[in-house]
Design a protein around this ligand. Structure first.
Ligand code: DC
Length: 234
């Protein structure tokens, strides 16, 4: 990258299964920026809690125990030879583990703990200190980087997101119905937007993108246009 090019901060927020991680990763690769999946950090804390018996069998997290364990949890990202990033929990590659259903099912209540959010947000702010970063999540444009030069809010319809998730699950061999996936998407949207701590909402200065009818290539082109606009005029 040209040394004189101004580095900016890019925040990508949106609903679950909106394709925001794919979008953020591709944009980061296209402009040579670092990509951070903030959801992976909430998943890593959840994995630690599960493996250390800090979440009951009915999914209730032991908040006090998780909060006091926070100083013992370190999270890093390691870039792989193929350019993808793997999440490290206390130095161990947990990328596969954190994507499993046991973590997906337990992560929402852990991500709702105020002290967990405070600790992870502080780490995320530090990662973004030198700019040149694309981070995706739920509160990136509102809480983590309120001054980000470019904020995208991804906004596909619940039906489109449910269909994407349904296809992914069927490809992985799951026997699920589209109706069940749709009601799960609607339920998660409700939890994400109504929780007390940093609920998902669009930052006032975010650009909305409804990618329901866009191909990946069209989306890439749209993102690059927004990026170049900020560098030119922002
Ligand atoms: O994007 P994801 O499904 O990997 O996110 C995992 C969980 O973490 C999900 O419950 C939403 C939550 N999350 C959050 O609260 N704030 C973020 N910045 C990112 C994810």
């Amino acid at each position: 990258m040209n040394k004189n090019t101004r580095l900016i901060t890019i925040a990508v927020d949106g609903y679950s299964s909106s394709g925001k991680s794919t979008m953020a990763r591709r944009l980061a690769a296209a402009v040579g920026y670092r990509y951070i999946d903030s959801g992976a950090m909430y998943r890593a804390v959840t994995l630690y809690a599960l493996d250390n018996g800090l979440i009951s069998t009915d999914g209730e997290p032991d908040k006090a125990a998780i909060v006091s364990a926070l100083p013992e949890i370190s999270i890093d990202f390691a870039v792989q030879p193929d350019g993808t990033q793997h999440t490290l929990l206390n130095g161990v590659d947990v990328e596969t583990e954190i994507r499993r259903l046991r973590v997906s099912n337990a992560v929402s209540p852990v991500a709702a703990i105020a002290e967990v959010r405070r600790a992870l947000v502080a780490m995320q702010k530090k990662m973004g200190e030198r700019k040149g970063i694309v981070m995706d999540g739920r509160d990136i444009g509102t809480v983590v980087f309120p001054d980000a030069e470019l904020k995208i809010f991804v906004d596909a319809s619940p039906e489109t997101r449910a269909m994407r998730r349904f296809k992914e699950l069927v490809e992985k061999g799951s026997q699920v119905s589209y109706e069940d996936v749709l009601s799960n998407v609607v339920h998660r949207d409700h939890i994400d937007t109504t929780r007390d701590e940093s609920p998902l909402r669009r930052a006032e200065d975010a650009i909305s993108l409804d990618n329901s009818l866009m191909s990946l290539e069209e989306q890439d082109a749209w993102l690059l246009k927004q990026f170049n606009k900020v560098l030119q005029f922002g």
